[in-house]
Ligand binder design. Structure first.
Ligand code: PRP
Ligand code: URA
Length: 211
């Protein structure tokens, strides 16, 4: 698994406000959207393109367009939904599939409660969106899901990650073609498996506490 930590002062600035416990949900949602747009730039470096001939008002030239089949974006519900618009803005021809996962806070294992993906992902480039890579259990399960459907190429985009999550992602990915793009690499996990310093519960900060 290839790991890229996006290193840019704008990202660090926005992350600082995002982490702040005083930041209210409307600002938090706006910042996640903006961070996704910045991370998309890094995450789509290897997006597949075909060359096309076009005519400008001045001359004929060669450019590129995103290849078919279109990339598949997969937000992991709930929190990954906060990143969806920012990614779709950057890759408007992409299609979107959904995975709903909830980490069981006792066992820390992810439980999949929803899935709406094409049956056949052969040849598809997949982009998984989840703001938090904590133990890495949810990401490893999502990667397995997509490769089981035939994906050959998965890029995961997370706002924050931990060394533990990266290690679990590497084990889960094995020798499959997986790239992880992070906005920041945090110190680790606390005794409740929350990211430290982190930003708290991303789903709750985006959408409110439901349990
Ligand atoms: C959060 C987060 C990830 C997962 C990360 O989701 O959005 O999906 O936890 O933890 P892990 O790396 O230890 O698996 P959560 O289960 O809180 O669900 P939510 O998005 O619905 O709030
Ligand atoms: N899920 C979150 O939303 N935050 C964490 O810090 C860990 C898991």
């Amino acid at each position: 698994m290839r790991v890229v930590v996006a290193d840019h002062p704008l990202i660090t600035h926005k992350l600082t406000v995002l982490r702040d416990t005083r930041t209210p949900p409307p600002t938090f949602r706006q910042l996640v959207d903006e961070l996704m747009t910045l991370l998309a730039y890094e995450a789509t470096r290897e997006v597949r393109v075909d060359s096309v001939e076009i005519e400008t008002p001045v001359a004929r030239t060669t450019g590129v367009k995103i290849s078919e089949p279109a990339p598949l974006i997969v937000p992991i519900l709930r929190a990954g939904l906060g990143m969806l618009d920012g990614m779709v803005k950057m890759v408007p021809t992409a299609e979107v599939g959904f995975l709903g996962m909830k980490r069981n806070e006792e066992t820390l294992s992810p439980e999949t409660y929803a899935e709406r993906l094409p049956d056949d992902l052969s040849g598809r480039q997949c982009f998984v969106l989840d703001p938090m890579l904590a133990t890495g259990g949810s990401l490893a399960a999502a990667i397995d899901f997509l490769f089981a459907r035939g994906a050959t190429d998965v890029t995961a985009i997370c706002v924050l990650g931990t060394p533990e999550g990266i290690a679990a992602g590497r084990t889960g990915a094995g020798d499959r073609n997986v790239t992880l793009v992070l906005g920041a690499l945090d110190d680790g996990l606390n005794d409740q498996a929350y990211i430290v310093p982190g930003l708290g519960d991303a789903g709750d900060r985006l959408y409110g506490t439901i349990d």
